[in-house]
Design a protein around this ligand. Structure first.
Ligand code: GRF
Length: 209
């Protein structure tokens, strides 16, 4: 949390394509952006996210869960890498694993996730398909703090996206993704500016100091 201090050190956890990671990396190119990505960790060796990190000279670490006896030990390995890079804020960006209590508590109030729906609607996998199948007229994207549940933590920012009659899962996902890419850097900036306060289930955004 910087107020004119050094940039907040962000660790990104990603399993795949990494377009949200890219949006965050692009935002941090602005010298005035108050955060920097200092490490990217993936559970999948072939994750495009690792390539994107490496292309920007950001340490890219693959941790294979099969190398660890159980989730707790795997999570401890993640915490170890995050600590080694002195990470202040953990951003999940398409990370396809549920974090265990050890990891969540090690970074309590300092882990964010992005979800392609207006939570609490359509948590879990294939949120865009769930929205289409349910028949909602508006869906969107949510950035929230992470607790031990699946997509249940306090909501930081949301953006709505209208569902069009001709939408497929692909076209809807594409339009939601556009919103995701602006929402995540905005949430990180608010955190880094020390403007987010968690009050029970609500996240209050304080005015610019
Ligand atoms: C995004 O839709 C995000 O909301 C969800 O997983 C997807 C990740 O996409 N959690 P990418 O890897 O950031 O491109």
């Amino acid at each position: 949390m910087t107020r004119g201090g050094p940039p907040v050190r962000v660790g990104v956890l990603a399993s795949g394509r990494g377009s949200n990671l890219q949006a965050i990396l692009d935002a941090t190119r602005d010298p005035d952006f108050p955060a920097r990505v200092v490490v990217v960790i993936s559970d999948r060796e072939e994750a495009r996210a690792l390539e994107r990190a490496a292309a920007r000279g950001v340490p890219a670490v693959h941790l294979n869960s099969k190398d660890y006896a159980d989730r707790d030990r795997y999570d401890r390995a993640i915490v170890g890498v995050l600590a080694e890079h002195r990470v202040d804020l953990v951003c999940l960006a398409g990370f396809m694993r549920i974090l265990g209590p050890g990891l969540v508590h090690a970074f309590a109030g300092r882990i964010m996730n992005i979800h392609p729906a207006l939570l609490p609607a359509f948590p879990g996998l294939a949120a865009q398909r769930q929205a289409l199948e349910y028949g909602v007229k508006i869906t969107g994207a949510t950035v929230h703090f992470v607790d031990e549940g699946v997509d249940t933590g306090p909501i930081i920012l949301q953006a709505g996206v209208p569902v069009r009659p001709e939408d497929t899962e692909e076209t809807l996902s594409e339009r939601i993704l556009v919103e995701e890419h602006s929402l995540y850097p905005r949430a990180i900036r608010l955190f880094a500016e020390g403007r987010l306060r968690i009050a029970g289930r609500r996240v209050l955004v304080e005015a610019t100091p």
